[in-house]
Design a protein around this ligand. Structure first.
Ligand code: SF4
Length: 285
């Protein structure tokens, strides 16, 4: 079946049409090194009706379709799921070396990078996990002496989390991104890197709007972000926090300095970024 997936070697002709699972499929072999007409050699294969759906996927790949017909969303999702396998594998390896689970490692990194009070509910929201899972992981970290619960200075009845000195050291390691993925993205030419980041920004923002992922710390949510302020330049955007121009390749997906923009501005930032437009002066606070 592996060979059948390769469109450069095979093309499928069906007579009668594929809609009838009981009929035969005619496979035409076209060698890439010899003229296609001269080597046409029909082979009859038996069509097994039970497997129609599964086989249908492959025959769809092999019919004469232009590349534009391929669904970009499906292809991107397939690519992202491959990436997520690598990320998960790396996360287990890295946290395993520290004697933590990936969730515990994420919690340490989250507390270390949080600017302000961190509670169990806040962790659950930020990491898209249930309160039960967050609470279990927090208890485990407490037992390991990496975090402690203290009274919230703003609300004496509430408990918040802070890192112990050992926890701070572990959090620095937990915050490291998987090197293998970082290197793979760094290996892209700058223009591709910029496109990749812009695309990711757009996809994540849409997922956030749908409530599928928590609000992040991205430029496209930030009150300091001014998309396309210097349109046409190498660094077309501006960060008011850094007081400097930033390139597409410098767009942040997890910035500790991010401060949320007003809801009306947040709604606009991604589309302004993609449409090459600027934020109206009156909206910039
Ligand atoms: S503060 Fe961070 S998130 Fe905000 S615009 Fe600057 S770089 Fe982007």
């Amino acid at each position: 079946m592996k060979l059948l997936e390769d469109r450069s070697f095979f093309s499928i002709g069906s007579s009668p049409p594929l809609t009838s699972p009981a009929r035969h499929i005619r496979l035409v072999i076209a060698s890439p090194n010899r003229p296609r007409r001269a080597t046409r050699k029909p082979i009859k294969l038996f069509w097994i009706g039970v497997d129609f759906k599964w086989f249908g996927v492959h025959t769809k790949c092999m019919t004469e379709r232009s590349p534009a017909d391929f669904d970009a969303g499906q292809q991107a999702a397939a690519g992202l799921s491959k990436l997520s396998l690598v990320l998960r594998h790396q996360a287990w390896q890295a946290s395993g070396r520290q004697g933590l689970t990936p969730t515990q490692a994420q919690i340490l990194a989250h507390i270390a990078s949080a600017d302000g009070v961190v509670s169990v509910s806040n962790i659950a929201d930020s990491l898209s996990i249930t309160k039960g899972t967050a609470s279990e992981a927090v208890s485990a970290l407490e037992r390991k002496g990496l975090i402690r619960k203290v009274r919230d200075p703003n609300d004496g009845r509430a408990l918040i989390l802070e890192l112990t000195s050992r926890g701070r050291a572990e959090a620095t390691q937990s915050a490291q991104r998987p090197e293998v993925v970082v290197n793979a993205v760094d290996a892209l030419p700058d223009s591709e890197k910029a496109g990749f980041l812009r695309g990711l920004t757009g996809v994540i923002r849409t997922l956030q709007q749908q409530g599928a992922v928590p609000t992040g710390r991205m430029c496209t949510e930030c009150r300091y972000f001014r998309p396309n302020r210097y349109r046409g330049k190498k660094k077309p955007h501006r960060c008011e926090y850094l007081k400097s121009a930033i390139a597409d390749v410098q767009l942040r997906l997890d910035c500790p300095e991010m401060e949320p923009a007003s809801p009306s501005v947040r709604e606009q930032l991604v589309s302004l970024l993609f449409e090459g437009k600027q934020l109206a002066a009156a909206e910039a606070d």
